[in-house]
Design a binder for this molecule. Structure first.
Ligand SMILES: *Cc1c(COP(=O)(O)O)cnc(C)c1O
Length: 403
């Protein structure tokens, strides 16, 4: 399959996000096959890329959804995800979010504190319902990843300690309005080492066994997301090794295994295209200034994340340059010391592996419109979100303007 990206950018303008849906299919299938023979459900973590067409594509393949707001739950439902395949996670939920999740009868709410459990019980009682819940256990395991995306240590705000989890299950078991069906952990993102996942799974599986002794029957064993991807030259976790480790930890347990990959599913399927405005030299330093900015793709600014950057169809001797956007922040860059040929106005650059936490973290900072998104499937391209306009951006302010 050969896509003419220059033509694509001519058609939809830059900056532009492009996603290869066939690659998403490939990723989903590889993981699903690694679970073969076991009861499993892949709950795509919607926050990685929440475009409705992306979710719909995964829903058609059989995926469920892991959502962290009621907005994401609505997206999942709108995109065609089966309600019994939707989980509502997250460290803080409003009463109205809890209420809507219960009304919509999704698979379960994933709880992260005793206080949250009490709120869910109250809301369920008011509605005369029984809330299916799981509890997120914080196993206090160092996931060996970037501190901003580490979530499995007690110093992180996520989940509850083992002893607290046990007390919560005992409480929930007795409650008329709570039905504890699942258990959950998620220790971090961009994990490239299997060992912390293994340790966490073993700790949580032990808890499931001790709950069994109390007649608390856990049906869903949710191992979270976090499988790392290759941005540069990282070694990653193979799907078979991943599932094998989980099978090992859950040996003897009659559970459905859930996992919540976000980045794994979409990061490498996406690319961000931006056009060169001009070059400039500050003393020894070469800058390539492009028409995309940190408002479109914030990962380099936020996490100092590496994305491979190349010029599309430009020849010439390469020399290092910082690729920077037009936003008024020194942190507005996509790459530092990127080897690039001499570039001129309108040359096209591609920022690779931008399918996860790219568009979903985009903002309108500097009153810049969010980019369009295009899907490529079986050699055909189609628009899945149009570029924002200035009118879109001021729509919620205009009627209040006093001048
Ligand atoms: C963010 C998140 C995920 C997805 O993480 P990835 O690293 O993108 O796989 C899964 N589960 C929960 C609870 C999350 O918060």
């Amino acid at each position: 399959m050969k896509i003419d990206f220059k033509a694509l950018v001519e058609k939809y303008d830059s900056p532009l996000y492009v996603y290869d849906f066939d690659y998403i299919t490939h990723r989903y299938s590889a993981l699903k096959e690694a679970f073969a023979g076991k009861k499993s459900l892949i709950n795509y973590a919607v926050k990685a890329n929440s475009n409705l067409s992306v979710i719909a594509h995964l829903a058609k393949l059989g995926a469920g959804a892991d959502c962290v707001s009621i907005g994401e739950v609505r997206r999942a439902l709108d995109a065609g995800v089966d309600k019994y395949k939707i989980i509502f996670s997250g460290v803080g939920k409003r009463d109205d979010e809890i209420e809507e999740a219960l009304q919509r009868d999704i698979l379960m709410l994933n709880l992260e504190s005793e206080a949250e459990m009490k709120r869910v019980e109250m809301v369920a009682k008011k509605l005369g319902k029984e809330a299916r819940i799981s509890i997120r256990v914080n196993p206090n395991i160092d996931p060996q990843t970037h501190p901003y995306i580490s979530t499995g240590l007690h110093e992180n705000k996520f989940g509850v300690e083992i002893d607290m989890a046990k007390r919560m299950y005992i409480y929930a078991k007795k409650s008329e309005h709570l039905n504890p069906v699942g258990i959950h952990f998620h220790i971090g993102s961009q994990l490239t080492n299997l060992e912390p996942i293994k340790e966490a799974a073993a700790i949580v599986a032990d808890l499931v066994r001790s709950l069994g002794a109390l007649d608390i029957d856990i049906k869903f064993f949710d191992v979270g997301g976090g499988i790392g991807v290759v941005y540069d030259d990282e070694k990653t976790i193979a799907p078979e090794a991943y599932t094998e480790a989980i099978f090992e930890a859950t040996k003897g347990l009659d559970v459905t295994i859930l996992c919540e990959p976000g980045r794994y599913m979409v990061a490498n399927a996406g690319a961000f295209f931006t056009r060169v405005l001009y070059e400039k030299q500050n003393g020894e330093k070469r800058f390539v200034i492009v028409d995309g900015g940190m408002n479109d793709l914030i990962r380099p600014s936020l996490y100092n994340a590496y994305h491979k950057i190349e010029a599309v169809g430009v020849e010439g001797e390469k020399s290092p340059a910082d690729v920077v956007g037009p936003v008024c922040e020194s942190g507005d860059f996509f790459g530092k010391d990127v080897p690039l040929p001499p570039l001129k106005h309108n040359d096209l650059l591609v920022v690779h592996s931008a399918g996860a936490y790219g568009f979903t973290m985009a903002s309108n900072y500097n009153t810049r419109p969010k980019p369009a998104e295009v899907a490529i499937e079986e050699g055909k391209e189609r628009l899945i979100r149009r570029r924002e306009t200035y009118e879109d951006q001021i729509a919620l302010e205009k009627e209040y303007l006093q001048r």
